[in-house]
Ligand binder design. Structure first.
Ligand SMILES: CC(C)(COP(=O)(O)OP(=O)(O)OC[C@H]1O[C@@H](n2cnc3c(N)ncnc32)[C@H](O)[C@@H]1OP(=O)(O)O)[C@@H](O)C(=O)NCCC(=O)NCCS
Length: 286
């Protein structure tokens, strides 16, 4: 099979395919994935032409499939399936016991055939930050400090179901000015990460261990206050979360965008404490 590891020299081609598909991902997203998990991204190349690629992030015992993309001209020749099978062989040989991904309705058919099962529905949401709304938001949360990271990694692991230490540390290091934690009685009860993207800002993870609407709203308010007015903010949340959608709907200029399915091959993820997950890390991060 003409499959090889994806390298830095392949990023331009990957971006070209992504742009043709009209997805909003850029070099920053691919570079981050490549630097966090350099050996779990594959390219299909034949006759000197890149036909498709898959990206994934490998955590402690689980992995997250990010991009699965085959060029329009090369579809229908088992390339997508071949890339995924090669990736799964690799992940299986590392002893990974759970692989997750977020699938569109169409994509879900392909993944079902590869042993994935649907667990939960999620949707992405877009917020537009208005100065008039920003002015009303309270700033109750403190900025995350390097010394808080062990605690945040633990909180994330409890809710996601596996340690994502490198990811949680890396996202903080990239944008410390947009990362906040909430303390109650001297103990951290939640955190929220924000980051700049070429089209605006992303929020996630947004974790609140108390599960309280007030605490989760404080976290969201703090991160939104850290963004400039006029920007667009994207986040992804579980459709059946009892409070997250309600909190978002209280922010004017909010719009549900894409709906996807969390699919799992192996052990389910996000299976405990899911009501503490107000927002996931994102559709490419898990
Ligand atoms: C989805 C995609 C990666 C499939 O790649 P591909 O090389 O054309 O697929 P393959 O030839 O390997 O097909 C594998 C199987 O998936 C099925 N399949 C392929 N594309 C499909 C689609 N869009 N919807 C449903 N099933 C699909 C095929 O019928 C085939 O089934 P079979 O093995 O039983 O015959 C490709 O269509 C693509 O890049 N689409 C745009 C990006 C996208 O949607 N990615 C997935 C996001 S969740």
């Amino acid at each position: 099979m003409p499959v090889r590891n994806m390298e830095l020299r392949d990023v331009d081609m990957a971006i070209e395919l992504i742009n043709k598909e009209g997805w909003g991902h850029t070099r920053i997203d691919i570079d981050r994935i490549l630097s966090l998990s350099p050996e779990s991204n594959l390219i299909w190349e034949s006759d000197g032409v890149t036909r498709g690629f898959v990206t994934s992030l490998v955590y402690e015992n689980s992995a997250m499939v990010g991009h699965v993309l085959v060029s329009k001209e090369s579809r229908g020749h088992q390339i997508g399936k071949g890339l995924l099978k090669s990736l799964f062989d690799k992940l299986d040989s590392k002893g990974i016991d759970s692989i997750i991904l977020y699938a569109t309705e169409d994509g879900a058919r392909l993944y079902r055939g590869l042993g994935f099962k649907e667990t939960n529905d999620l949707f992405s949401a877009g917020l537009w930050i208005r100065e008039s709304v920003k002015k009303t938001l309270e700033q109750e949360c403190a900025k995350v400090q390097e010394a808080d990271l062990d605690e945040l990694v633990d909180m994330d692991a409890k809710t996601y179901g596996d340690s994502r230490s490198d990811l949680i540390r890396r996202l903080y290091r990239d944008f410390p000015e947009h990362c906040f934690k909430l303390e109650r009685s001297g103990k951290s009860t939640g955190f929220v990460y924000g980051r700049r993207t070429p089209i605006g800002f992303d929020i996630g993870p947004w974790i609140c261990m108390s599960g309280s609407e007030k605490d989760a709203t404080s976290l969201l308010s703090s991160v939104i206050r850290s963004f400039p007015s006029g920007g667009r903010v994207d986040l992804s949340l579980f459709c059946d979360h009892p409070l997250a959608g309600k909190i978002l709907s209280e922010f004017r200029q909010y719009k549900p965008l894409e709906r996807v399915k969390l699919m799992v091959r192996g052990e389910p993820m996000y299976s405990h404490d899911r009501d503490k997950v107000f927002g996931t890390a994102g559709f490419e991060l898990g």
